[in-house]
Design a protein around this ligand. Structure first.
Ligand code: PLP
Length: 429
């Protein structure tokens, strides 16, 4: 008889031994107080902390227009969506949100999903499954949701070196141009904070007539004209076939979307199981996401303030000579390079300084590049930044947890190996 309990327990033990066990911190956020929050320790005590690792990059989850829209929608329409869009009706707020997103990205259509993960997974899986002989070309640093979608599709997948347009060119040149080929990349990589060389990658994909899919989960709302993302900022909206985005990060709500031509959107709408067979997002979420998108189209104050804070924290990290990944975005990783040190530093920051930074270990990042990922927001004050500086300086110098003097790491150096190993994809060239 198979011993399920021992199997599960052994696997969990292995995670502990390898320092890959995920420990969650219980947090309570309060409206109007973010990035302040309360951490509830195991003993149940509440401690005030400052959150430095949220993806709510602009603090929109707390914005009055967003909260107000959610409240009004609940009062008017109730809470749940009542079922899938397929059998229970599509709420007018979702239709309005999709129109707004299509307009923002200059596309024929948009489709909203319950998360950014689902948007990636089900769109790529559907394309790979239905396009005859489809071949994916996947950046080595791609997010698990894209990798999973490509893997599940059963289509061939060629992994190319992170952000390397030359490698993509070689890989594309080695495949039959008559096959439908899809290049899948991100515009902003969330663990390294690095921005893809979009002009080069898109030019290569275009030259080989490949379809281009770009994940802008961490860029929409935060970058580009009216928050339309980095593809729009690079003037490439017309060149890129599918832009995927998230509603849970820069927009501060939850959900994901793809925008593309009306025909492509209709194709996904009609075939993607992750869209068809799941309960729709509730009206309050659609309303608050719509309010957030509209607000960030009209207002750039949040984006400017974010950039100012990011510059201050970036200067601080470089002043403290802490190892970072070269990047140019709102995400500032401090590479610690050891899972135990990473956890110890995070623990000390929390207990001694009330600073919440979640340690990021393998397999989210490759072994040896364990890190603390610092994400300033417009709501972090100068005082908070100064306290962060003092705390980081102290932790970095403490002999018990001194960090390795690692060289600057090119993002994705180790990621390619990880991508191939984790997802068992086929390399062609
Ligand atoms: N794409 C990327 C690049 C991500 O980093 C994430 C999650 O962090 C997702 C997609 C999934 O987005 P969501 O959190 O909305 O499911």
């Amino acid at each position: 008889m198979f011993d399920f309990t021992s199997f599960f327990a052994d696997r969990l033990d292995a995670l502990h031994r390898e320092h890959r066990y995920r420990r969650f911190r219980t947090l309570e956020r309060e409206p109007c107080a973010f990035p302040r929050a309360y951490w509830r320790s195991d003993s149940g005590q509440r401690h005030e902390v400052v959150v430095w690792c949220s993806n709510d990059y602009l603090g929109m989850s707390q914005h009055e227009v967003v909260r107000d829209a959610a409240r009004k929608a609940i009062d008017r329409f109730g809470n749940g969506a009542g079922g899938t869009r397929n059998i229970s009706g599509t709420h007018s707020l979702l239709v309005e949100l999709e129109r707004e997103l299509a307009d923002l990205h200059g596309r024929g259509g948009a489709l909203v999903f319950s998360s950014g993960y689902v948007a990636n997974d089900t769109t790529l899986a559907t394309l790979g499954r239905l396009l005859p002989g489809c071949v994916f070309f996947s950046d080595a640093g791609n997010h698990a949701s894209m990798i999973e979608g490509m893997r599940r599709s059963g289509a061939r997948c060629q992994v190319f070196a992170h952000n390397d347009a030359g490698a993509l060119d070689v890989a594309l040149a080695q495949t039959d141009p008559r096959l439908p080929r899809i290049v899948a990349i991100e515009s902003l990589y969330s663990m390294g904070g690095d921005i893809a060389p979009l002009q080069q990658l898109v030019a290569v994909a275009r030259a080989h007539s490949a379809l281009i899919f770009i994940d802008e989960t961490h860029a929409v709302g935060v970058h580009g004209p009216e928050g339309a993302g980095l593809v729009a900022a690079a003037g490439l909206s017309k060149e890129v076939d599918i832009v995927q985005g998230g509603l849970g990060k820069g927009y501060g709500v939850v959900g994901g979307f793809v925008t593309a031509s009306a025909t492509l959107i209709d194709f996904i709408r009609s075939h993607a199981p992750g869209f068809i067979f799941t309960t729709a997002l509730p009206p309050s979420i659609a309303a608050s996401a719509l309010a957030s998108v509209r607000h960030l189209r009209d207002s750039s104050i949040e984006r400017h303030q974010l950039l100012e804070r990011v510059d201050e924290v970036r200067d601080l990290l470089s002043h403290l000579q802490l190892t970072t990944v070269k990047g140019d975005s709102q995400i500032l990783p401090w590479i610690i390079g050891d899972p135990v040190r990473c956890e110890r530093i995070a623990e000390q920051l929390l207990l001694q300084y009330g600073i919440y930074l979640q340690p990021i270990n393998s397999p989210t990042v490759p072994q040896g590049t364990e890190r603390l990922r610092i994400t300033p927001t417009p709501l972090h004050t100068r005082g908070m930044i100064e306290r962060l500086a003092g705390a980081l300086a102290h932790c970095a110098a403490a002999p018990s947890i001194r960090t390795q003097a690692l060289p600057l790491i090119e993002p994705g150096t180790l990621a390619r190996e990880k991508h191939i190993r984790r997802h068992n994809v086929t390399e062609l060239g």
